[in-house]
Design a protein around this ligand. Structure first.
Ligand code: F6P
Length: 293
């Protein structure tokens, strides 16, 4: 079989681990074509030579070595037509996509045109409804926790409160998990969280350096900072935990999950059970219809 693979949308640590292990399961009896830069690579026929040593070298690195992109051109009918032409040119029998919600939507377009596909959930947001886990989430949380612990050292010296912004787009999972791990005083997860409730929590805090976690794009953190500062007469700082969430080494859990996703996906392809999304539920891995995730 000729298998094409690409990464699309936001990267996450663990994608390289998945990629290496997936290829290792399949490359003896199959041809693997690595498309670079996500769907852009399909539209413009950008590939990188298949080299297992290159994939092995990168297996425990953050980011994604075959590169990704957010490709608006792919959202048009012509973009999908061009992508199909490239897949046909390379005689691809099955296209595997690592990505999140947007990437899945794109893959369904390809599937609707008769191409066999497989989907592997990879997004630090962990916001795909059909699966308990998406590759990248655990490392993103751990990176955030380590970041907060380090910043908190200096916050303690000054008795400062700190507002930490985490990623997650529309999903509060990172904010919630990180908040629990660092024992945050208040976590802004959705529109029901208010500055008044936050103030109440902070006024009861026994910590030298109280911690507030905010999911990105939810509230105006500058406004919150000044509100707390004025009401509690305390020193408040803001720290945005940005792309560090998507870099560095995978956690043990990440490596384990990435390897399990790789094995399950490879086994489904070996048995010619295509057009599925690989998911995990209660620590068991399944392949479900691509339209049911
Ligand atoms: O979807 C993953 C994610 O990291 C979000 O949490 C974040 O909002 C977004 O990607 C950032 O996107 P970009 O890498 O395009 O800046």
């Amino acid at each position: 079989m000729n298998i094409g693979i690409l990464a699309s949308g936001g990267d996450g640590v663990g994608m390289n681990t998945f990629l290496y292990n997936f290829c290792l399961w399949l490359h003896i009896n199959n041809k693997i074509t690595l498309f670079s830069q996500g769907y852009k690579g399909l539209i413009y026929d950008i590939t990188i030579p298949y080299d297992i040593k290159f994939l092995r070298k990168n297996r425990n690195n953050g980011g994604i070595c075959i590169k990704t992109s957010r490709c608006q051109e792919f959202e048009t009918g012509e973009g999908v037509d061009d992508a199909i032409k490239t897949l046909q040119k390379h005689n691809i029998d099955c296209l595997v996509v690592m990505g999140g919600n947007g990437s899945l939507k794109g893959l369904k377009e390809i599937s609707d045109r008769g191409m066999d596909v497989m989907f592997v959930p990879c997004t630090i947001d962990n916001d795909l409804a059909g699966t308990d886990y998406c590759i990248g989430f655990d490392t993103a949380c751990n990176n955030s926790i380590n970041f907060i612990k380090q910043v908190n050292d200096t916050m303690q010296s000054f008795n400062r409160t700190c507002i930490y912004q985490v990623m997650g787009r529309k999903c509060p999972q990172i904010a919630l998990d990180v908040g629990k791990s660092v024992d945050a005083d208040y976590v802004f997860t959705d529109e029901f969280c208010t500055k008044e409730k936050c103030l109440e929590a902070l006024s009861q805090s026994k910590k030298d350096a109280p911690i507030v976690i905010v999911k990105e794009d939810l509230i105006d953190v500058e406004e919150l900072k000044h509100y707390i500062q004025d009401q509690l007469n305390s020193d408040v700082k803001i720290s945005t935990i940005g792309y560090i969430q998507r870099g560095g080494k995978p956690t043990q859990k990440e490596k384990h999950f990435a390897k399990c996703f790789a094995k399950k996906c490879a086994m489904e392809i070996r048995r010619n059970k295509l057009n599925s999304a690989i998911i995990v539920k209660n620590n068991s891995f399944y392949a479900i219809d691509i339209n049911k995730i």
